[in-house]
Design a binder for this molecule. Structure first.
Ligand code: F6R
Length: 243
């Protein structure tokens, strides 16, 4: 694991965008694994700016997203498809047919997960996968468990995650209780991982992920075993660690 310490969220976003941009510049037909949530918003803003400046071309890029709430359609403002469309896909010259997010409208979990796995096998492991970190140590929506799931599966969101994500919904009752998520195995097979972590509220869990035992009870701890994993974290997120 390589840890890149930055001052604040702005610097984190700039650096993460630069690394993703470098990937696309060096390999224009890259497969980018993408994440949603608060952490990558600034990164996407920088990528859009680079595109607008003529420095980045997404025309040959394919994207695969980590997860989607079960039961939400892409037209729903809280869905991760909607998030990706508004923060990135609708703002750059990407071919929308080459942007993939699990199908939250498929009620049959087995069917939804199988379809996403087939797609992931077809497009291949991501050249670079962007990850945020949940307060309970989740990556994607791989919540704490007694084992690591290999491929896409349907997950019951933990109370911690529901509490953390209710800020995006009108009320707590509106937060979906389940999601489809890429598995830990799929994430670990990506060629490069780029983890972005910001804020004091993530300091304790980041320390566990980086310096604690590797255990499915802290899903992100598996990243210690990835051969090419970079964590960009700000001073607040690193405040519990001496590096
Ligand atoms: C989102 C995802 C989640 C988030 C995590 C952190 O696609 O897979 O693992 O990255 O919940 O969320 P934020 O960035 O909102 O703190």
């Amino acid at each position: 694991m390589q840890i890149c310490k930055v001052k604040n969220y702005q610097e984190l976003s700039r650096k993460a965008a630069n690394l993703i941009a470098a990937q696309v510049i060096l390999k224009p037909d890259s497969v980018l694994g993408l994440a949603t949530g608060s952490s990558p918003v600034g990164t996407y803003e920088h990528l859009v700016a680079m595109y607008e400046n003529g420095d980045l071309d997404f025309s040959q890029v394919t994207t695969v997203n980590l997860d989607e709430y079960k039961g939400l359609a892409g037209s729903d403002e809280q869905s991760y498809r909607y998030f990706m469309n508004t923060h990135l896909f609708h703002k750059v010259n990407i071919d929308h047919a080459h942007t993939y997010v699990p199908d939250g409208t498929e009620p049959d979990a087995e069917k939804a997960c199988q379809a996403y796995n087939e797609l992931l096998h077809k497009v291949g492991p991501a050249d670079i996968q962007l990850l945020g970190l949940g307060h309970d140590g989740h990556i994607g929506f791989n919540e704490p468990s007694d084992h690591f799931e290999d491929e896409t599966h349907c997950i019951d969101l933990t109370e911690t995650t529901i509490q953390a994500n209710k800020r995006f919904f009108e009320s707590e009752e509106d937060v979906p209780k389940q999601a489809y998520t890429m598995g830990i195995g799929t994430i670990m097979r990506c060629k490069k991982l780029l983890v972005i972590v910001s804020g004091k509220d993530k300091a304790q869990i980041l320390k566990q992920v980086v310096q604690g035992p590797v255990t499915p009870e802290v899903p992100g701890s598996i990243l210690q075993f990835h051969p090419n994993c970079t964590i960009i974290a700000d001073e607040d997120a690193l405040s519990e660690m001496t590096i």
